[in-house]
Structures are given as structure tokens and as C-alpha cells.
Design a protein around this ligand. Structure first.
Ligand code: TPP
Ligand code: MG
Length: 344
């Protein structure tokens, strides 16, 4: 996968790779990506047992994006994404028990069991969902960028959207406003090649990273299967946006290993394509190789982390099982903003 021309000032793509690796804790990165992958595998299992109902969109294959961007960002930066949100929440260190309980529809869930898989929130971690309407997060995220600017708090709004969402009208309206008002926003397009069963080549005219060009917003396309690339680029992008209060678009090339949601026959892609992607584009395997090559982690380290992750996920599942369903009075809470603020 190629990288487009370096667009914004002082961009040094991968030239500081060694610096990046030394800045990062390999253990933390591997742990975080492994946690997301195994959490999603467990969710699939719980779904098939009827513990989770409704829609459930897994993040498997895209872990490097959530982990790399979270590591590069500051706590005050806000994040918002689509319904495919567990990766970002886990990378932001939201308690896996609260996430599993939310998937189970239980009161101890991060949205008190009322959001489910598509509407997970964690305001304490500056995570604003969890949005089921394709592209809606681009407008809300632009509003978050406006609030950063209005409050002059130095934060940046990181807005994650899919390749399909990049065709939605409200994305263009958001880009227009962000450029006009010089908002601190980064639009991260997670190009996983498909919008449900429709491939990018069938649905998208033009290059996605150039979506902001008519508005004077610079864009960049990167290989996001390498978490170090994601970290490096996001770090530089954040520092540019913080300094200049100018929005950016970054298209991150990735691949979705599982179906669009839990009910996906997968007839739109061949078994060979999926196999090849799993062999060549798995961000966890790619990082394992990097960590081994640089003598940062060995097989025994990976085994230890895997065991720790498995225990955490088992505990989270038990916690979700033991939590109660919300009672009927919860139907009347968290509906209006004042109600929400009273609650939090
Ligand atoms: C406005 C709107 N239109 C259609 C849908 C149905 N829908 C749900 S997900 C999806 C595909 C989105 O694909 P993409 O943006 O690439 O995200 P991905 O699922 O690949 O993460 C569609 C069309 C919806 N939820 N909202
Ligand atoms: Mg997609």
C-alpha cells in the first residue's frame, strides 16, 4: 500500500521510526491489540449463545488504528466513532467488564445497558460513542471540535468513520464547517474495503483521503496495518492540528476480518481474499514481528500477556453475567442533556 505525498508541513513519515519505537511500550501495544481481538472473539461466542442480541459489529483486523491513535493522543482529546466501537473503548482503557455488561444489556454497562453494541459511551474518558447512523459521528465530532476551540482547551476531536460513511452528505457538510471555522479536528477514515457488502471500488468515486480537498483540507493515506505507522502519523497530525487549529483527513488502510455484523453471509468477498488478508494484514502478527525483530518482546512475553488478557476477558464475562438488567424506571433517565449531566 502506498503512502500519498507528504502533505502537511514537517511531516516525516517513518523517518523517526526508531524514535517511535523507543517512545512506546511494546508490551502495552501488544496487550491492547490482543485485548481487543480476544474481547471481540468472546463477544462473537456470547452472541452465538444468545447472551448478546441485536446488532454487533466486531473490530477484528482493525486493532492497530484504535491502539495507535489512542497512544498518540492526550486524555483531553475527544473521540467519536461508529457502531464498531469496542476497539477504541478498550484502547482508551474503559473497563472490559462495563463493555461486556453493555453488550449483555445489563445495568453495569457503560451506557447502563440501554445503548447496547451500537451506542457505547464513556464521557469520563472523553469518548462520545458509539453511533448507529452512518456518518452521524462526523457532524457530532465536528461539534466536539468546535467546543475545543470555543473553550480554548487545547484538545483535538478525533473523528473515526468508515469508507462507506465517507460518501455521506453530512461528512462533506462537516468538512466545510471544519475548514471554514478552522476547527481542531482529525477525520480518520478507517478504510476496511467494505461498507456492509459493498466494496470501495463499487461505491466510492475519487480518493477518500482527498475528500477534504475542495475545502482546502489536507489529506494523507497510510498503511494502518502497522500500529507504529498509525502512532507516528497520528502524533504528527495531532501536533500540527493543535498548533494551527486546522482540520486534517487521514485515510487508514485496513481490513475487516469478520463479517459486517454477526449476520453476514460474506458472499461479497472470496475465501481466498480473506485468507490472504489474514496472512498479510494482521496488525497483531505484524507488530509481533516488529517487537521480536527489535528484541522488545519474546515468545514467553507474548504467552504471559495472552494469559493475562484471557483472564481479564473471562472476568469481564462473569461480571456481565452477574449484573442485573436495568429496571423499568431507567426508561426515563438519560434522555435529555440536563438529565444526563445530573446523572454524570
Ligand atoms: C444513514 C444510514 N444509512 C445506512 C445505514 C445501514 N448501514 C449500517 S452500517 C453500513 C455500512 C457502513 O460502512 P462503513 O462506513 O465502511 O463502516 P464499516 O462498517 O466498514 O466499519 C450501512 C450502510 C445506517 N446505519 N445509517
Ligand atoms: Mg468499511
Amino acid at each position: 500500500m502506498s503512502v500519498s505525498n507528504a502533505p502537511w508541513e514537517s511531516f516525516e513519515f517513518l523517518e523517526n521510526r526508531a524514535v517511535c519505537l523507543s517512545e512506546l511500550s511494546a508490551e502495552k501495544i501488544y496487550y491492547s491489540m490482543r485485548l481487543i481481538r480476544n474481547f471481540e472473539d468472546k463477544s462473537a461466542q456470547m452472541y452465538s449463545r444468545g447472551k448478546i442480541v441485536g446488532f454487533c459489529h466486531l473490530y477484528s483486523g482493525q486493532e492497530s488504528i484504535a491502539v495507535g491513535t489512542c497512544l498518540a493522543s492526550e486524555e483531553l482529546d475527544t473521540m467519536i466513532t461508529s457502531y464498531r466501537s469496542r476497539g477504541h473503548l478498550l484502547a482508551k482503557k474503559v473497563d472490559p467488564g462495563a463493555l461486556m455488561a453493555e453488550l449483555f444489556g445489563k445495568i453495569d454497562g457503560c451506557s447502563k445497558g440501554k445503548g447496547g453494541a451500537m451506542h457505547m459511551f464513556c464521557k469520563e474518558k472523553n469518548f462520545y460513542g458509539g453511533n448507529g447512523i452512518v456518518g452521524a459521528q462526523t457532524s457530532i465530532g465536528t461539534g466536539l471540535a468546535l467546543s475545543h476551540k470555543y473553550n480554548n482547551d487545547g484538545g483535538v476531536s478525533l473523528i473515526f468513520l468508515g469508507d462507506g460513511a465517507a460518501n455521506q452528505g453530512q461528512f462533506f457538510e462537516s468538512l466545510n464547517m471544519a475548514a471554514l471555522w478552522k476547527l481542531p479536528a482529525i477525520y480518520v477514515i478507517e478504510n476496511n474495503r467494505y461498507a456492509m457488502g459493498t466494496s470501495v471500488s463499487r461505491a466510492c468515486a475519487g480518493e477518500l483521503y482527498k475528500r477534504g480537498e475542495p475545502f482546502g483540507i489536507q489529506g494523507l493515506r497510510i498503511d494502518a496495518t502497522d500500529v507504529v505507522n498509525v502512532y507516528d502519523v497520528t502524533k504528527q497530525a495531532l501536533s500540527y492540528v493543535r498548533k494551527h487549529s486546522q482540520p486534517l483527513v487521514i485515510e487508514m488502510m485496513t481490513y475487516r476480518f469478520r463479517g459486517h455484523s454477526m449476520s453476514d453471509p460474506g458472499t461479497y468477498r472470496t475465501a481466498e481474499e480473506l485468507e490472504l488478508a489474514k496472512k498479510t494484514m494482521d496488525p497483531i502478527e505484524i507488530f509481533k514481528n516488529t517487537a521480536k525483530k527489535n528484541k522488545l518482546l519474546n515468545d514467553a512475553d507474548f504467552d504471559l500477556i495472552d494469559a493475562k488478557v484471557q483472564k481479564e476477558i473471562d472476568d469481564a464475562t462473569e461480571f456481565a453475567e452477574n449484573s442485573e438488567f436495568p429496571n423499568n424506571t431507567e426508561l426515563y433517565t438519560d434522555i435529555t442533556a440536563s438529565n444526563w449531566f445530573n446523572h454524570s
